[in-house]
Design a protein around this ligand. Structure first.
Ligand SMILES: O=P(O)(O)O[C@H]1O[C@H](CO)[C@@H](O)[C@H]1O
Ligand SMILES: [Mn+2]
Ligand SMILES: [Mn+2]
Length: 407
């Protein structure tokens, strides 16, 4: 029985990559800086002391770190026995966003440039705004700028409740984000609005990766909270991913947990499972490992590392999330069969100690655990698509254009 489990710790970079300077990210290091802060006792909110992730270390995480940085992360003790193969990869895609990272993992790097809304204020084109206002009969819109997702709610949340004007904002990613109140504006109307914006952007040839619905609740400034009903309306991948190929060539199954179905615009997915929060996502992952059948990929995105801790520059939260994930890892490993492959990796960095609130261009770790593959150092890989090519070979699919299989 052939089954692959891909677990993406969203934003868990392992140190600035060789091209990081082009992204103003030279020196960033998501894993390393979290470990530093823990070691210096600067990440003690709701947790304490050195970063405690023995299971990820026994899979080879500190070994990878040592290969890249020639030292161990602060306060981390190396494990005597390493139980999986481990390596790291540069990103081939032009951007450091979630879609590019995931598509590249699935064998389809983004070699073209996305369009971006570059202006800090008045960010969105008038032609798009006018169409939205007229279609939804709005009295106007709020935001229309670059912003961080929580600040923008504090700035405009109350006015949004009073006026029903949706809040539009973007970032250095290729995104059109729409924040609306779940109760006052309504979730369905928000989704309809985002679908319409997706169609509009495509119609006017704005090659924007995602329109993101950001529903929130709460009544007052500083009390607004985003809910788990976020939806991403993505461009579809421009080529067939390994997900699609597994379905076409082997009549296989692709089970998407969390954000994965949205990231791939539902292309190459046979079942999607919604789950919010790290705990719930891990539980659902284990459930799926227990029931997955032959020729199945279970693809999981753990978004909290990125959206609640990375972007929010919350080092303690990120560390606590890693420690929680690590504690659950044995349950995941024990649920696997001998012929399975488990891959733990990331899609980009989001160093919570870095300036600003954006992603960071970093190497990603690759931990590949399987009883039938001899534990090996996988080296420095040139593209995340080496993961896709490896999976393609494992399932005996036709080869992908990019990537080199590790076996
Ligand atoms: O600040 P928030 O709304 O979390 O935005 C973040 O989430 C978006 C999608 O991942 C990115 O563009 C990033 O800026
Ligand atoms: Mn991401
Ligand atoms: Mn992000």
């Amino acid at each position: 029985m052939k089954r692959v489990f891909i677990l993406v710790l969203d934003s868990f970079g392992i140190g600035y990559s060789e091209d990081s300077e082009q992204f103003n990210d030279f020196g960033s290091n998501t894993f390393g800086h979290i470990a530093d802060y823990c070691n210096f006792r600067k990440a003690n909110n709701n947790r304490f002391g050195n970063l405690n992730i023995p299971n990820l270390i026994s899979l080879g995480l500190a070994k990878i770190y040592y290969k890249i940085h020639k030292c161990l992360p602060s306060g981390i003790i190396q494990s005597k026995y390493i139980i999986s193969s481990y390596g790291f990869s540069s990103e081939l895609s032009t951007a450091k966003d979630t879609s590019s990272g995931h598509w590249e993992i699935a064998g389809v790097p983004v070699l073209f440039e996305w369009d971006y809304f570059k202006k800090n204020t008045n960010s969105f084109p008038n032609v798009i705004l006018k169409s939205i206002i007229s279609k939804f009969n709005l009295s106007g819109i709020l935001g229309n700028c670059h912003a961080s997702g929580i600040n923008i709610l504090n700035d405009f949340g109350e006015e949004h409740i009073k006026t029903n004007k949706p809040i539009f904002y973007t970032s250095s990613d290729s995104v059109f984000q729409v924040a609306c109140h779940e109760k006052y504006f309504g979730l369905n109307k928000l989704y309809k609005l985002c679908k319409f914006i997706r169609i509009l952007l495509d119609k006017y040839n704005y090659n924007i990766t995602r329109v993101i619905a950001r529903p929130f609740i709460g009544e007052k400034k500083y009390q607004f909270v985003r809910t788990g009903n976020r939806r991403d309306f993505s461009k579809p991948p421009h080529k067939n991913t390994i997900l699609k190929k597994l379905i076409i060539e082997k009549n296989g199954n692709v089970i998407a947990l969390g954000k994965i179905a949205d990231i791939f615009a539902n292309i190459g997915i046979t079942k999607k499972i919604h789950a919010t929060g790290l705990d719930c996502l891990i539980k659902k992952t284990i459930e799926q490992i227990k029931i997955a059948t032959n020729n199945t990929i279970v693809f999981v995105n753990f978004v909290d590392f990125d959206s609640i801790w990375g972007h929010r520059r919350d080092v303690s939260g990120y560390a606590q999330g890693l420690e929680f994930f690590d504690m659950q890892l044995p349950k995941i490993l024990h649920s696997l069969y001998d012929e399975d492959i488990l891959i733990i990796t990331a899609d980009h960095g989001c160093d919570p100690t870095w300036s600003g609130t954006d992603h960071t261009r970093e190497f990603i770790p690759i931990l590949l655990y399987s009883k039938f593959i001899k534990n090996n150092y996988l080296g420095h890989r040139n593209t995340f698509s080496d993961i896709g090519q490896t999976i393609s070979k494992y399932f005996s699919l036709s080869p992908m254009k990019y990537g080199i299989s590790i076996f």
